[in-house]
Design a protein around this ligand. Structure first.
Ligand SMILES: Nc1ncnc2c1ncn2[C@@H]1O[C@H](COP(=O)(O)OP(=O)(O)OP(=O)(O)O)[C@@H](O)[C@H]1O
Ligand SMILES: [Mg+2]
Length: 393
């Protein structure tokens, strides 16, 4: 289960509370924080010194319940040494001092990759019954979910070529340029990582295994970001099965200031209903203080799920399909909240490239589509239908 949403909406509280509830039903549960600015241990009010001693590893937070905050520097020591040392060497050569080079060599996406490695391992080894992911704010969680596809693409299209080229040019280039070239270890390291990530893509996109829940608040800007997140997660074949609206004012507020806020919220709650239906919407009330510690989180979770089991799949829908419609080959994407003017389609080789705003998605097409060209796109209900026809020659 993956809980994502805009900064500060309550993802950590929802993820923590969900973990507590599943652990209490006897399921061995891990709540993992993907956010480099961790706050999971704070929400659980865990002992800092214990966290520091077990840096980056799961620690027990209750019966059947573990909490893990990834530590990207630890991960680099474990898995990324070659890649990391090559990049810091490169930065060093370009005149940046050691410490800064070390810091800069933490590439964007490393947290996400480390998390994927862990998840894949935990699932393979069947270590936990439930893994709850507390995501970083939306942009990073989109990167997290795109990572396997991006990596697959890189390995197929770039990596093999790069390795080959370096194999040829290294002896010559050594004599000609000052920049260090990656050693074979660097490539071996990446290849090893890639192997260990095998299958994680299927895991994340299998609706029976992974559910994404978007956490939001009844406010205009937050809802807007939730709609965008919805579209991006759909693009990445993940199954969003519920929306969680947090910080809802209790009803029946008195006159005045809070009443105005309350009415405003009601407007956005209604709007959320029209945006996200038929997905179920769960609501959590605004508390009079922060939600800290096991007991508070449990109470929050009970309020949120109202007796429903959070491990169930609340909604099933395929984000995209390849289909034949009236004899035409069609790519059918479930893309709510998109308007036609936003969409830009192109095809290069066997890839369909869909651009929406400044977001881009490459879909590798099956052979039958790859020889055709995207001809027409139309929106029908919440689906984007891209018709393929003719031949690309
Ligand atoms: N319903 C609520 N009532 C009162 N306080 C809340 C509620 N939900 C969350 N909070 C508080 O708001 C703060 C932010 O919540 P939380 O850390 O869960 O958000 P987040 O989405 O994980 O934030 P970030 O994007 O920074 O990781 C915390 O102090 C939390 O205790
Ligand atoms: Mg958080």
């Amino acid at each position: 289960m993956l809980y994502a949403g805009k900064g500060g909406v309550g993802k950590t509280c929802v993820a923590g509370a969900t973990g507590i509830i599943t652990a209490r039903t006897g399921l061995k549960t891990l709540v993992m924080s993907l956010d480099p600015a961790h706050s999971l241990s704070d929400a659980f009010d865990l002992d800092r010194s214990l966290m520091d001693k077990n840096r980056g590893q799961p620690i027990q937070a209750g019966d059947n319940l573990w909490v893990q905050e990834l530590d990207v520097h630890e991960e680099i020591n474990n898995y990324w040494s070659e890649v990391h040392s090559y990049i810091s060497l490169l930065l060093n050569t370009s005149g940046i001092d050691d410490v800064l080079a070390e810091e800069l060599a933490v590439l964007p996406g490393m947290e996400e990759l480390s998390a994927l490695l862990y998840i894949n391992k935990y699932v393979r080894d069947q270590l936990y019954d439930v893994i709850v992911l507390d995501c970083a704010p939306t942009a990073e969680s989109i990167r997290f979910i795109s990572m396997p596809t991006a990596l697959e693409w890189y390995m197929k299209k770039v990596f093999r070529l790069e390795r080959k080229i370096f194999g040829y040019v290294r002896p010559v280039a050594r004599r000609m340029v000052d920049i260090p070239l990656p050693e074979d270890d660097y490539f071996a390291n990446i290849e090893n990582l890639y192997t260990r990530l095998k299958g994680v893509d299927q895991l994340l996109t299998d609706p029976e295994t992974t559910s994404v829940r978007l956490v939001t608040n009844p406010e205009k800007m937050v809802l807007r970001e939730t709609q965008r997140a919805f579209m991006f997660f759909s693009l990445h074949h993940t199954c969003i099965d519920a929306i969680i609206i947090n910080r809802v004012f209790p009803s029946g507020l008195d006159e005045g200031y809070l009443k105005v806020w309350g009415n405003n919220q009601q407007k956005y709650l209604d709007l959320a209903e029209t945006y996200f239906s038929p997905l179920p919407i769960f609501k959590a009330p605004l508390y009079d203080s922060e939600i800290l510690g096991y007991k508070k989180l449990l109470e929050f979770g009970e309020n949120l799920y109202q007796g429903q089991d959070p491990t169930q799949i609340f909604f099933k829908q395929k984000p995209y399909q390849f289909a034949k419609m009236d004899g035409q080959s069609v790519v059918k994407l479930h893309l709510p909240f998109v308007t036609k003017k936003d969409i830009d389609l192109s095809k290069i080789g066997d890839e369909l490239i869909i651009k929406i705003g400044n977001f881009k998605k490459n879909i590798v097409l099956p052979r039958a589509y790859a020889v055709l060209e995207p001809r027409k796109a139309r929106l029908e209900d919440d689906y984007l239908l891209i018709e393929f026809g003719g031949s690309s020659e």
